[in-house]
Design a protein around this ligand. Structure first.
Ligand code: NAP
Length: 297
């Protein structure tokens, strides 16, 4: 059984970013990422801090806007417009979920698609479906695809089952894997909470990607002998035996599934580190594309 280390592959991605950042610096450019957080959700705050830190480690320009939970839709839109117009900012990310009074979809639509490094803007969703390489692909599925490619897992002709159909993970994951070319060309099935006889469906998979947000839901009975399993889930569960009193587990019951697998990702240390690495890569790409556009104008 091969343990696919997201930590190791993420480090490779970041090394590529460093090279690209050095090349951009030689052309007088520094990629800039703005992360906007509304409210004080502790998990979101931790994500925003780690994104900001990773940017600084890489030598990216990083701007963090931490706004109170009382921020209005109009104030948030005004900030997005300001960031759209800021030439030092190439990537904009509004941390999800915002407080309930904020219309998140409207905020996403207000972000300039050329700076939408999360890949959630409808223009980028369309570009992914159209297989336009200039578009931005959501970081988590992009990271999963990169993990498969780096681990030497052939997707061409493979039966892939994506468990979960969210716009953040499941749907873009399916689009990436069915696209033509390396890392794609798979036969993709998307399963969800309404899927009949789920275990029979997931057992067909050469590659099973679990993204449902249910701790250790995927058991040995869901997985074929010799399958590759990518566990996207990040779930905090009580663990009285630990000092913290809780621990992170994936959507896959690792201990019973791993022995059946040809390869599997752990949690933590699997998909998680890839998501942030791909965010850095998307920011560098945005900078490069905006610079190329500016040269053409
Ligand atoms: P989500 O928006 O809640 O979507 C969950 C999907 O799973 C839905 O399509 C849902 O089906 C399906 N589902 C839920 N329970 C199911 C069940 N019992 N059987 C079959 N399908 C079921 O979640 P998400 O944002 O995609 O995130 C999924 C997981 O990935 C979470 O654990 C999240 O923390 C994690 N995540 C990790 C990263 C990372 O960086 N590693 C990034 C993003 C998310 P319906 O559509 O029918 O409701």
């Amino acid at each position: 059984m091969q343990l696919i280390s997201g930590t190791a592959v993420a480090e490779k991605v970041l090394e590529e970013c460093r090279r690209d950042i050095a090349a951009l610096a030689a052309a007088g450019m520094k990629p800039g990422l703005a992360v906007v957080l509304v409210g004080d959700d502790p998990a979101s705050r931790a994500y925003v801090r780690s994104k900001d830190k990773k940017c600084r480690d890489l030598g990216l320009h990083s701007v963090k806007h931490e706004l109170p939970a009382t921020t209005s839709q109009a104030e948030l839109l005004a900030l997005v417009h300001e960031l759209n117009a800021d030439p030092a900012i190439h990537g904009i990310l509004v941390q999800s979920p915002p407080p309930p009074h904020i219309d998140e979809a409207a905020i996403v639509r207000a972000i300039d698609p050329a700076k939408d490094v999360d890949g959630f803007h409808p223009v980028n969703v369309a570009k992914l479906a159209l297989e336009d390489p200039a578009g931005f692909v959501p970081c988590t599925p992009l990271g999963c695809q990169r993990l498969l490619m780096d681990a030497g897992i052939e997707t061409r002709g493979a039966e892939v089952v994506v468990l979960g159909r969210s716009m953040i993970v499941g749907k873009p994951m399916a689009l990436l894997l069915m696209a033509k070319g390396p890392g794609g060309d798979a036969t993709v099935t998307v399963a969800h909470s309404r899927t009949r006889d789920l275990a029979a469906v997931t057992r067909r998979a050469d590659i099973l990607i679990a993204a449902i947000g249910r701790p250790e839901f995927v058991r040995a009975e869901h997985v074929r002998e010799g399958a590759v399993v990518i566990d996207v889930g990040i779930n905090r569960v009580p663990a009285p035996e630990t000092a913290k009193g809780s621990k992170l587990v994936g959507d896959v019951a690792f201990a019973e599934v791993a022995p059946k697998c040809r390869a599997i990702t752990p949690v933590p240390g699997g998909v998680g580190p890839m998501t942030i690495a791909m965010l850095m890569a998307n920011t560098v790409k945005a900078c490069r594309q905006l610079q190329a556009g500016a040269v053409l104008e």
